[in-house]
Ligand binder design. Sequence first.
Ligand code: PLP
Length: 391
Amino acid sequence: MSKKIPNASGHFGVFGGRFVPETLIAVLDQLTQEYFLAQKDKKFKEALNYYLRQYAGRQTPLYFAKNLSRYLGIKKIYLKREDLLHTGAHKINNTLGQVLIATRMGKKRLIAETGAGQHGVATATVAALFGLKCAIYMGAEDIQRQALNVWRMKLLGAEIISVKSGTRTLKDAMTEALRDWVTNVSTTHYVIGTAAGPHPYPKMVRDFQSVIGSEARKQILLQEKRLPDYLVACVGGGSNALGLFHPFFKDQSVKFIGVEAAGLGLVSGKHAASLVGGAPGVLHGSKSMILEDKFGQIKNAHSIAAGLDYPGVGPEHAYYQKIKRAIYVAISDKEAQEGFSLLSEIEGIIPALESAHAIAYLKKARRQLGKNSLVIVCLSGRGDKDLHEPR
Ligand SMILES: *Cc1c(COP(=O)(O)O)cnc(C)c1O
């Protein structure tokens, strides 16, 4: 296990790498170098820890969900409470890290693309904090659907750029954001919101999110005097899951379970399960598992949880699936809604619909997980944003 993952060219086995226009190679190299230097810089680490603690609210509790454990007949379920962070989800761990890298490079402007608006809000938040300009690319369709987050981003001082090409959703916004970056590389940093994209993003985002698993590992050893049997997390692009999993990578007894969105069902074709129901391909600058039609066009993903609604997944997950380090399952919209209600009623915690996929999986698999298991679930975000969903 001493081999570095990813390797120097950003490959996780056959996955990852860089599939971008030639004009971006230099800036990706610069970013890789800067990130490498930052990791060795004590001042950088101190600054990041300061903002994670004082601004975002770390460390987050590892909460023993006693009622849920008893109800499901699983010995002990712990929730890693990323829902308690500023802006309501784990995404701030990554945007704080990236804004500090951007300022090191002297960049004055942040851009990002967003589907549901959660990553847009997390990016606009750190741009406000550090006094940077901020432009958020968003599909025209999504702007209609996510009015509250659009309003939040505007309050935070970001410019919202409506993307009217293609299907007017996330994948078109991604294309436009990359185009902006090509044009404005000298002033602009592109903040990718999940563990996907060209090297070094999958590694960098995973590292910034690994604070989740590093804390959880210490907390469980303190609270239970042993490692957990299972780690469970929802997978959109895969950053909260990798953040939880990665610090346990070498603990062979700890099993990883990633929960994708089955949407209206895998056979319906309306889902977002790139690992369970997709195929190898290239999207958003790297090779991974993706959803494409028989003509090689990227399909529109579907999930009731906007944050899981992405037609790809980070390359490290494709690698974990291939080497069988993690298993991946899919939970439908309907099951996720049941998980949403269950956690709200039984623990008084309203989870994000994304995180509710992980809760629903526990319910579905409670017998396989066994009554002697110690389980940690990443509660990636809170559900206030989802209260308008019909049920
Ligand atoms: C964005 C989001 C996700 C999905 O993103 P990952 O990169 O897969 O973690 C999950 N949960 C919440 C609350 C989100 O906002």
